[in-house]
Design a protein around this ligand. Structure first.
Ligand SMILES: CC(C)(COP(=O)(O)OP(=O)(O)OC[C@H]1O[C@@H](n2cnc3c(N)ncnc32)[C@H](O)[C@@H]1OP(=O)(O)O)[C@@H](O)C(=O)NCCC(=O)NCCS
Length: 329
């Protein structure tokens, strides 16, 4: 018999068994989650409501999970019951039954939770900066959709009346070790600009502060040498994805991971090599601390410029995610 239960603390082991089964299979997509990480990043978040974290059981055995939660309000100062998001649908690989049936039961249980809370706009997989729970865990970056390799679950969302909302690509740069590839164009930038670098301690909104509360954040800005008091002409933001809380314990990552959360150049200075220069500065900084590291980023599939830039800088496209939405009366 298939049944869906709401999370409670005695089900921690069940949730972990489902997650680790799939983390083993999709190691390039799902990060390992220990008890500490589950506790700190998901259960310990002020936005966590156990009624929204759902587990599917088949004849009493845990086989799947999905997390129904709320998105941010317009200015990011709070959550909004207007926006429901279904995160991280995960079904065990050894389900001796139609996996789609398990996914559908979990999605429908999430919808019931939203209906109970008066939520009529439902997203699946999240969207930009909407995930307080799974940053660095689902897709290793900011979750912005459902893993495209999980075709069955994508099909279930379509079958249940969800429309495609967006596609994002995941890019990865593996440095083991990092080797600089300075071109004359990048070197020329060095003589024209100044770079500031600082650890970020505040975020633009409470929502973002909540998402990134467990991760150190660094920011770089580029200024023209003759205009240091002006606005920066480029900037980058990096998140260090090994949570800073302790004890971190059992899955301390030997391979340090970062998210390139943001990189942009002022329109008046495009194609001058500035972003490549900035990335070189960032990577050289990381290489001083780590002999090997991984930098992930997720970008909107329509952002061709950024995709070309990442490819030119040796990032590899490692997969994509699709987000969905459904509006109900
Ligand atoms: C992507 C972006 C950062 C690139 O900055 P940039 O300083 O112009 O990039 P660079 O000059 O270092 O380009 C390096 C290489 O990337 C590739 N590239 C960069 N922009 C490109 C474009 N528009 N089309 C094709 N290739 C491009 C090229 O191979 C280029 O080398 P080349 O100029 O010698 O041919 C910039 O276009 C930008 O800010 N876009 C908006 C980014 C954004 O949306 N950020 C917010 C979310 S993170």
């Amino acid at each position: 018999m298939l049944e869906v239960r709401c999370f409670h603390n005695l089900l921690v082991g069940d949730w972990l068994s489902v997650w680790s089964d799939q983390a083993g299979r999709f190691s390039d997509f799902l990060a390992p989650v220990s008890r500490q990480i589950l506790e700190e990043q998901i259960l310990g978040n002020i936005l966590f409501d156990p009624e929204g974290l759902l587990l599917a059981y088949l004849d009493g055995v845990p086989v799947g999970t999905i997390h129904a939660a709320f998105g941010p309000n317009a200015d990011g100062s709070d959550f909004s019951r207007q926006i429901g998001i279904l995160y991280a649908p995960i079904i065990r690989s050894d389900v001796p039954l139609d996996r789609s049936g398990v996914a559908a039961a979990l999605i429908q249980a999430g919808e019931t939770y939203f209906r109970r809370n008066g939520t009529h706009r439902w997203y699946a997989g999240g969207y930009s900066k909407a995930s307080p729970f799974y940053t660095g865990l689902y897709g290793w970056t900011n979750p912005e959709g459902i893993c495209d390799a999980d075709r069955e679950t994508l099909e279930v969302f379509c079958r249940l009346g969800y429309s495609r909302f967006g596609v994002s690509h995941r890019y990865r740069l593996r440095c083991a070790p990092w080797k600089s590839s300075l071109t004359p164009k990048i070197q020329q930038v060095d003589g024209r600009v100044l770079v500031t670098h600082f650890e970020r301690v505040t975020e633009p909104s409470w929502w973002e502060a909540n998402i990134y509360r467990n991760f150190d954040t660094e920011e770089w800005n580029v200024f023209p040498r003759n205009g240091f008091n002006d606005e920066p002409i480029a900037g980058a933001v990096l998140r260090w994805m090994s949570p800073t809380f302790s004890p971190y314990g059992e899955i301390e990552r030997k391979d340090p991971r970062y998210i390139l959360d943001y990189i942009a150049v002022n329109e008046a200075h495009l194609r001058e090599g500035i972003a490549s220069f900035l990335l070189t500065v960032v990577l050289a900084g990381l290489a001083r601390h780590h002999s090997a590291f991984t930098l992930d980023t997720v970008i909107d599939a329509r952002n061709g410029r950024l995709a070309s830039f990442l490819q030119a800088n040796r990032f590899q496209n490692i997969g994509s995610v699709t987000s969905f939405y459904k509006v109900v009366a």
